[in-house]
Design a protein around this ligand. Sequence first.
Ligand SMILES: [Zn+2]
Length: 376
Amino acid sequence: MATYQCPICGASTPADRPIWRCRCGGHLNLEPGRGLSRDEIDSGEANLWRYRAALALSGPPRISLGEGWTPLVRRQWAGVAVHFKLESQMPTGSFKDRGTAVMLNHLLEFGVGAIHEDSSGNAGSSIATYAAAAGLPCRIYVPTDAPRGKIVQIAASGAEVHAIAGTRQAVADAALAASGESFYASHNWQPYFIEGTKTLAYELWEQLGFAVPDNILVPTGYGSNILGLERGFEELQLRGEINRRPRLFAVQAANCAALAAAWAAGVNHRVPFTPEPTVADGIATLKPVRMREVMMALRRSRGGVVAVPEAEIAPALIALGRLGLFVEPTAATGAAACSRLINDGTIRADAATVVVLTGHGLKATDKIAELLAPTE
Ligand SMILES: [Zn+2]
């Protein structure tokens, strides 16, 4: 039985029922997992369940759409060989499926009923899709300006779509207010989501021939991939399978960059900043729930935060497209950041570098059409 730990009040709680936060109101974390050794990988599973031995679940998955084991392809980028991790090729077209699949399987083990969630789009489509696969009623709160493709995807799964006007935070507040009506299956709060995203670390390690990359760049809003990567590589190190860790770089759009503002101020807490609109809607986060932990993970890894100017996002998206990598603008920030780090010497040509492409281009064709043929 896994145990939740609250970093705010220090309480420990067995993970034996559907909860999403501590009684004190703080977020919960899972205690470190046992990891796995390479001979425990179930290589017959061409999905993340090949790492089931490392997951804090009591039995085999009740639902799966074959998530995980996404391609890792090597391409030249800014004159350097870079590995692109195509999380865009998940069942719902974004990396969220790792977290959703593991979180929902945990909740199903303990009899969850109707669920709801708030999302800028990708987590909403992922949760709605897996809820449909599990036969759970589902309601998703989205910003009114979320990309149409994502809202259509949520509606097609049979989930109720609640569009909320205002900021991304207003959407989160609406979902919080509904937490008495159904279970708040929040990818930003429930720690089993990070239990799922940690399989990204296992997968990169295995796909690189059981080697640790030097640098991993991840478009980052709330930071579930950063925390999942830290958790996965930490477990592999504790298990003795690896002896070093990658540098982790959180990539943000400079127009809305909570982590970058804190990084620039040399602190781990939220500092005031003025958000501007960005085409990278998936990472326009004002108040990351696990802000301090994400900042600490970046510092421990000796990585950092890269804030990508708005003008660099479209050229990166177009250049990726010319390489056969069709991604949404949020994902293109990772490649734009990679150019910056190559050009300033942070990433050396002989380093093993991974850029995580978090979401598919078909998610955001309306925005991409504007980037390809600007009307102004
Ligand atoms: Zn607490």
